[in-house]
Write a protein that binds this ligand. Structure first.
Ligand code: AHR
Length: 552
């Protein structure tokens, strides 16, 4: 799609235009604001690399579901207890919810929150976590081998979601629970009739149903024989939908593990096909989990290529299953099975996670605790969000893992918290992207690594906010050292010259935030006055930029 263009010619052309636009001096966005600063001061090194981005606002690809900017919390280490919930601290409210974390979650605008796991979900019995806290049982968190007090259960989760404005998404215990138990949970949450579990919710002080729409059919059950999982998920789903036909079910897909590795790990390469064939008609989503990371800067950023290939291969598997299962056939009566349903992708766990790779059963909790994110990881996260937006016709839900502490976007201690670098692209994209994905054409220089070839330094996603007539162009410059001078062309629309620029950057790709330096990486907002249908912009090295243009 993109190709390395002749730099010498292009650079000359680019420089000529840019120098003219800047009134004789090379100007970057921030410099354009400083109208009174003499042009000699404005002069800055000319970018050696150039690129072009062309956008046609008339070519809308699809609608973007805001649920792609979601998050996940799990009962592991200090994610729930210590991150979400910690009674008796000055930073917590009367119910025990941490106000600082809630504030940051609300500012991000988390649209959907997945809970209670993760692998925790598959040993969790929800009835342990409802009713008066003092009489809840406490048990061993068998997934992570730590104590579980049951202080944070369904009612607290729903309350938390309401406080931060997120839609709840609950994952049921499919591997060690029963379909009836899951159906009872749906009834507890959503039941409106005079029935046992709806009445239990009322007894505990919650008259109105919670209306939980999203339910997960287990978590990473890949050690189960595939047919066994597919059959169980169907039974769970059928019963749950009988209680509330309006719920949306997420079946477990398998992350894109290369086939030889799958065999070595005892995983079934046919997993997605079998699950999709059995569950098309009852499931609304198939999930995928993607954890990446590498000490090498370009290797880590290159993993986006694998991420994209995995999403494409899952999309292809869905399309095949839709054909095989006769998608388009009509639904009969009140059956919970509906073959005309379109299956979408929920990437309901994704993140960088390699510094302390902790996997059960040899895990130690400490392996999840100390993932400290740097600017490079934020560049990766922004590229993931670009990918989700570009593939938003199928990827309609995603949940970064996790929201806080254990591999989280925020980090707390008893006194306060700071937002890790990866928090900022999530907040930026959630607020500043449009809801319609636009087609964009990119020409950019590329990089290759030992594992990945021909990856463009620039990574782009363009969106349109039709109502407010704004075009957002999100661009990640993944070049470690060099800025890239770029010609942007917006076809067939009159673009105002004044535009807003949001930038996430830092002194180096290794820059982190911390308790003492919480704002090293942040979102900086500025404005430019040389935008238009065709204009030049310099994307700084290792940066995330979102240009917000107004259509006249
Ligand atoms: O979030 C940490 C763990 O990673 C989850 O429990 C599991 O689903 C994944 O492997």
């Amino acid at each position: 799609m993109s190709r390395y263009i002749s730099q010498a010619v292009d650079r000359r052309r680019f420089l000529k235009k840019s120098i003219a636009a800047a009134g004789g001096a090379w100007a970057t966005a921030s410099m354009m604001e400083l109208a009174m600063v003499p042009s000699t001061v404005l002069a800055s090194p000319q970018p050696a690399l150039t690129a072009s981005i062309s956008i046609d606002p008339a070519r809308v690809r699809h609608t973007i579901n805001p649920n792609i900017y979601g998050a996940f919390i799990e009962h592991v280490d200090r994610c729930v207890y210590g991150g979400v919930y910690q009674e008796g601290l000055p930073v917590s409210d009367d119910h025990g919810f941490r106000k600082d974390v809630m504030g940051a979650a609300s500012q991000w605008g988390i649209p959907i929150l997945r809970w209670p796991g993760g692998i925790f979900a598959d040993t969790y019995h929800w009835e342990d976590g409802v009713g008066p806290q003092a009489s809840r049982p406490s048990h061993r968190n068998l997934a992570w081998n730590e104590p579980e007090s049951d202080r944070f259960g369904t009612d607290e989760f729903i309350e938390y979601c309401r406080k931060i404005g997120a839609e709840p998404y609950i994952c049921v215990n499919l591997q060690h629970g029963k379909p009836q138990e899951a159906a009872n949970w749906v009834e507890y949450c959503n039941g409106t009739a005079d029935t046992q579990y709806a009445n239990l919710r009322r007894k505990y002080g919650h008259q109105q149903p919670y209306g939980v729409r999203y339910w997960g059919l287990g978590n990473e059950p890949w050690q189960m024989p595939t047919e066994h999982y597919a059959k169980a998920a169907f039974e769970f789903g059928k019963l749950m939908k009988q209680v509330d036909p309006s719920i949306h079910l997420v079946a477990c897909g398998m992350a894109g593990v290369p086939q030889p590795a799958m065999k070595k790990m005892g995983l079934d390469p046919e997993w997605n096909r079998v699950v999709l064939e059995k569950l098309t008609g009852i499931a609304d989503y198939i999930s995928t989990h993607e954890y990446e990371g590498n000490e090498d800067y370009y290797e880590e950023l290159g993993t986006i290529q694998r991420f994209e290939a995995n999403l494409k291969s899952l999309t292809a598997a869905i399309e095949r299953a839709e054909v095989t299962s006769g998608k388009g056939s009509t639904t009969t009566g009140s059956s919970p099975v509906n073959n005309s349903k379109r299956i979408e992708i929920a990437c309901d766990e994704w993140n960088i996670w390699y510094r302390k790779p902790g996997l059960p059963p040899s895990h130690g909790i400490e392996e999840l605790v100390d993932e400290k994110y740097n600017l490079r990881d934020a560049l990766w996260a922004a590229s993931v969000l670009n990918l989700f937006q570009r593939m938003g016709d199928r990827v309609t839900m995603a949940n970064v893992a996790t929201m806080v502490n254990a591999i989280g976007t925020m980090y707390t201690n008893d006194q306060g918290m700071f937002r890790q670098t990866i928090y900022f692209p999530l907040k930026l994209y959630r607020h500043e992207s449009g809801s319609l994905a636009l087609n964009s054409e990119l020409e950019s220089p590329t990089f290759s690594t030992a594992s990945f070839k021909n990856i463009t330094y620039l990574d782009v996603s363009a969106t349109l906010d039709d109502k407010h007539k704004r075009i957002s162009i999100a661009v990640v410059n993944r070049h470690r050292e060099q800025s890239i001078g770029t010609t942007l062309t917006i076809k067939d629309a009159r673009i105002l010259r004044r535009a807003t620029v949001f930038e996430i950057n830092g002194a180096s790709p290794e820059t982190e935030n911390s308790f003492s330096e919480p704002e090293n990486v942040n979102i900086v907002q500025k404005s430019i006055s040389n935008a238009g249908n065709k204009f030049e912009y310099v994307f700084p090295a290792h940066s995330i930029t979102l240009l917000k243009l107004s259509v006249a």
